[in-house]
Design a protein around this ligand. Structure first.
Ligand code: GLA
Length: 384
């Protein structure tokens, strides 16, 4: 991929790029919709992602090209005029604007060629990868003193401010801070994290793409955030809590009657219990109990489907079928939801048969060929 990216740069812009960088997508193992409720998440970066080859220009122009959106051709913009136009370049443009907001205005323009192998709209964070990739390229190309963690924060800022999705920090953080063969336990409130080695000798992480694009996701996502904010305002009048995830399940049960709206109460229940599951899952993994980890994944799916209502029939089907296939420790939808992928933790010696069974059964039920990604946990964004 690195060489292809350089070749594309050469074909489109001519000459050699000065830097080539990679940023991975992510899969979240457990802890869904907790990252904007002050809770913990447990994702890992994956070996699918996006690449960018770039070179400085002597003027103030930016030229963008992506092999994945080759029909759009080369899109140009001036570093002083970076308005959003509804194309894929809104992401890199948003990051460049965010760099400026953080005090890192670009001294000159650049040519940037992108290519990636992450499926779009599948919940594997192709947008976050593009944001973190842009940040990494800017850092390397212009020697801007930002840390890897800051590229995540700036990426989230760009998504919140310029794209308009009020996402949490999980996706950008995983893409920037991933570590080979490890998952990241991230406390999104304190922005503190620790790595946890995954038992890659015993189990495989297998992602199954439902093929349903989560197109409604951003407005429904923002709705969920509002419902959680309402729940917090209500319960906060009964018990001191800075965020939903600062509540233990016991405290939530004691004070939940203060949440007047039934829907908001369900959303809050998911957030509180999901956060407790993340801690239990981390302990199970560190203690070598993969079975328990898998059961918590199954419970997470149930809660996302029934209480948070961000699943869909295809994802429910994929998770339910997977959960009873031999050798599957756990299965759940992953990411924002409303389509996208499931993540399955599967015994290594059962990975082939799992892949066959799940794709066959899904095809006969929905007539869709599900893409399967047998991923390995990878390092976060870097220059290559
Ligand atoms: C999307 C967002 C994340 C997170 C997940 C749900 O991927 O970008 O911040 O909220 O949904 O866990």
């Amino acid at each position: 991929m690195k060489n292809r990216c350089k070749d594309i740069f050469n074909n489109i812009f001519g000459g050699e790029p000065q830097v080539v960088c990679f940023a991975p997508g992510r899969v979240n193992l457990i802890g869904e919709h907790t990252d904007y409720n002050g809770g913990c998440v447990f994702p890992c970066a994956i070996d699918l992602g996006a690449y960018c080859a770039a070179k400085k220009r002597s003027d103030g122009m930016l030229r963008f090209y992506s092999e994945n959106f080759s029909g759009d051709g080369v899109i140009t913009a001036s570093i002083d005029e970076l308005s959003q136009t509804g194309s894929w370049t809104d992401y890199p443009k948003g990051v460049i604007r965010a760099f400026r907001s953080f005090g890192h205005a670009l001294p000159c323009g650049a040519d940037l060629a992108f290519i990636g192998d992450l499926p779009d709209g599948a919940g594997l964070s192709s947008s976050a990868a593009l944001e973190v990739l842009t940040g990494t390229v800017l850092r390397e190309l212009f020697s801007i003193p930002v840390t890897r963690q800051e590229t995540a924060v700036i990426g989230q800022f760009a998504e919140n401010r310029f794209i308009g999705v009020r996402c949490g920090i999980m996706d950008q953080f995983a893409s920037a801070m991933g570590k080979k063969d490890n998952a990241i336990l991230l406390d999104t409130d304190a922005l503190e994290f620790k790595y946890a080695p995954l038992p890659t000798d015993k189990a495989e992480i297998i992602i199954v793409n439902s093929g349903v694009k989560h197109s409604l996701a951003s407005s429904a996502y923002n709705d969920r955030r509002r419902e959680c904010e309402q729940a917090l305002a209500d319960i906060g009048s009964a018990v001191k809590c800075p965020s939903l995830c600062s509540l233990t399940p016991e405290l939530f049960e004691k004070h939940k009657s203060s949440i007047s709206d039934k829907i908001c109460k369900k959303r809050a229940r998911h957030a509180v219990y999901e956060n407790a599951r993340v801690h239990a899952a981390y302990d199970a993994l560190v203690g070598g109990d993969i079975e328990r980890f898998g059961k918590l994944m199954n419970e997470s799916h149930r809660s996302l489907s029934l209480d948070y209502e961000v699943s869909c029939s295809e994802l429910d089907f994929l998770a339910k079928v997977a959960q009873v296939i031999e050798g599957v420790y756990g299965a759940r939808m992953t990411g924002g939801g409303f389509g996208g992928c499931t993540v399955n933790l599967v015994r290594k010696d059962r990975a082939d048969s799992f892949t066959d069974t799940i794709t066959t059964v899904y095809k006969s039920q929905y007539g869709i060929d599900a893409a399967v990604y047998r991923i390995t946990p990878e390092d976060g964004a870097h220059k290559i």
